[in-house]
Design a protein around this ligand. Structure first.
Ligand SMILES: Nc1ncnc2c1ncn2[C@@H]1O[C@H](COP(=O)(O)OP(=O)(O)OP(=O)(O)O)[C@@H](O)[C@H]1O
Ligand SMILES: [Mg+2]
Length: 489
């Protein structure tokens, strides 16, 4: 037998690994992982969206020596089989390089440890030119001109990762600055969600601050744990060997108990259904969310159910964590336990809906007033799903929505049950159902259709269901007329 050492050809290998499928936000989060693993308490993401775009991720972690930097820049800097520290978010020894170069052609790392600053750079154009794995190093006077130098000068230790030459952004869009800004906005939300447990006051000793061009990132808690109407269910511990998986289900508050801000922070009303499911945290960092791993199907009534699952980094192989740490598969030996927990949690979510929405009228009509059976107590409530109410909300800001909700609650509370009962019992003629002028009714229907058109809502559905709305049902002529006018559009 003979053997030959076959070294991968750097330009081709690096170019291919750029396409592993990192999104911009996942790539930034991967760099932040490294900062968190290095004990950082402050991470600053600085960027310039105008040409020439650049982005820097600065941390005050423990930094690296020149030798450590060289090893960090190597593809496969550490074996994925190594046991890692409990709080280490790394696994494959690849993230720094692959995440960075998936987005840009040049990544420079400046780092400071024991008072010494050093810097190294993978520059794809230089690698292509050299045809080998040439890593650039820099002298002190060169480092002093780099973006991250003032930060390191201010701190005893730390690291700065600089991304430049966003070629993929340029390929994907002619308006590069706009595309860059959009990616930054998505990344801001992504970071606020995936690192929310580091950003919150849960475990103050691990408190982390993240800034985007100087602006603080506030964590997004997908369970609204501080909301008084969130139902936390009891935590369960599953064991794999000596390792523990902590599972804590939550049932979110019913929609009309959430403020617009709460709703937006957890993904918005329309997203709720897709966002139900497991929220898998690896060493407190959210890696996967909004899936039941096929244990059950996502359903409408389960949309308030979210199950927090905490896994340690020592179980990476069992969960088959991928390089981007964005996919994993459910270990078969805990499937059954998780399935039971899911059923219970989704059951509770369904009950929240049933209690809140058990409509005593079962005529399939869209009522303005719903008669709600809340644990045996009957109450008339304004139907919050009324199309006109949703149209109105569209035009209101948060304060306006909150005032509207207060007004509706006051109306519901002040519903004159006793008075109506008394007068009905005496058969007083003047409180029978008011009949509006059909012109007024037509104007209302017409206004709603115009609104649907302007917001690109489905006018066809509106026309089809108009006779299901108890308000319009009383005016068949108006329904006919409006269908004649808009029916063929
Ligand atoms: N901000 C940083 N501060 C200190 N050391 C760092 C920093 N970023 C990277 N390193 C060092 O560089 C090494 C390589 O980082 P890289 O992200 O490529 O791999 P990893 O974090 O070990 O694993 P993974 O591929 O799963 O991210 C890290 O293990 C760490 O030792
Ligand atoms: Mg890493």
């Amino acid at each position: 037998m003979q053997e030959k050492i076959v070294v991968p050809y750097a330009p081709i290998l690096i170019e291919s690994t750029r396409s592993i499928g990192y999104s911009f936000e996942a790539a930034v989060a991967d760099i932040i992982d490294n900062s968190v693993s290095a004990g950082a308490t402050e991470i600053r993401i600085c960027f310039m969206s105008q040409d020439p775009q650049w982005l820097c991720i600065e941390d005050d972690g423990w930094g690296m020596t020149a030798d450590e930097l060289e090893s960090a820049m190597r593809y496969g800097s550490q074996s994925s089989q190594n046991t890692r520290r409990k709080n280490d978010l790394g696994r494959f020894g690849l993230g720094l390089k692959m995440a960075s170069l998936s987005q840009c052609r040049k990544v420079t790392v400046l780092t400071k440890k024991d008072g010494t600053i050093c810097a190294a750079c993978w520059d794809l154009d230089y690698i292509v030119q050299q045809g080998n794995w040439s890593l650039k190093f820099f002298a002190e006077d060169e480092i002093k001109c780099m973006h991250g130098w003032p930060w390191l000068d201010m701190h005893d230790s730390g690291t700065v990762v600089i991304w430049e030459h966003f070629d993929r952004l340029k390929q994907g869009s002619s308006k590069v600055q706009k595309a860059f800004d959009e990616k930054i906005e998505i990344t801001r939300k992504h970071v606020a969600l995936v690192f929310h447990r580091f950003l919150s006051d849960e475990g103050p000793k691990n408190r982390l601050s993240i800034y985007f061009n100087g602006e603080t990132v506030t964590g997004i808690d997908p369970f609204l744990t501080k909301h008084p109407a969130t139902q936390p269910l009891s935590e369960q511990i599953l064991r794999i060997g000596t390792e523990e998986i902590h599972v804590k289900p939550y049932v979110l508050p019913y929609l009309n108990k959430m403020s617009k801000k709460d709703l937006n922070s957890i993904g918005g009303k329309d997203e709720l259904r897709q966002q139900q499911g497991f929220y898998i945290y690896r060493s407190r960092r959210l890696i996967i969310w909004g899936t039941w791993f096929r244990l059950i199907k996502q359903n409408e009534l389960g949309k308030l159910a979210r199950v927090r699952v905490d896994i340690p980094n020592s179980l990476d192989s069992v969960w088959e964590i991928d390089i981007k740490k964005s996919t994993a598969s459910l270990p078969h030996f805990i499937k059954k336990n998780l399935a039971d927990i899911v059923e219970n949690t989704v059951g509770r979510s369904e009950r929240v809906y049933k209690y809140r929405g058990r409509n005593v009228q079962s005529d399939n009509l869209i009522h303005i007033w719903n008669l709600i059976d809340e644990r045996g107590k009957l109450q008339y409530q304004i139907n919050r799903e009324l199309p006109i109410l949703n149209m109105l909300e569209y035009h209101l800001d948060e304060e306006g929505s909150s005032l509207l909700e207060s007004f509706i609650k006051m109306m519901e509370d002040a519903f004159p049950y006793a008075d109506v009962y008394y007068r009905m019992a005496r058969s007083e003629a003047d409180i029978t159902e008011t009949v509006l002028d059909t012109n007024d009714v037509y104007a209302i229907a017409d206004q709603m259709i115009q609104q649907a058109i302007s917001t690109e809502a489905n006018v066809g559905v509106f026309l089809k269901t108009i006779d299901k709305m108890d308000f319009f049902k009383k005016y068949p002529n108006v329904i006919r007329q409006i269908r004649e006018v808009y029916g063929n559009d």
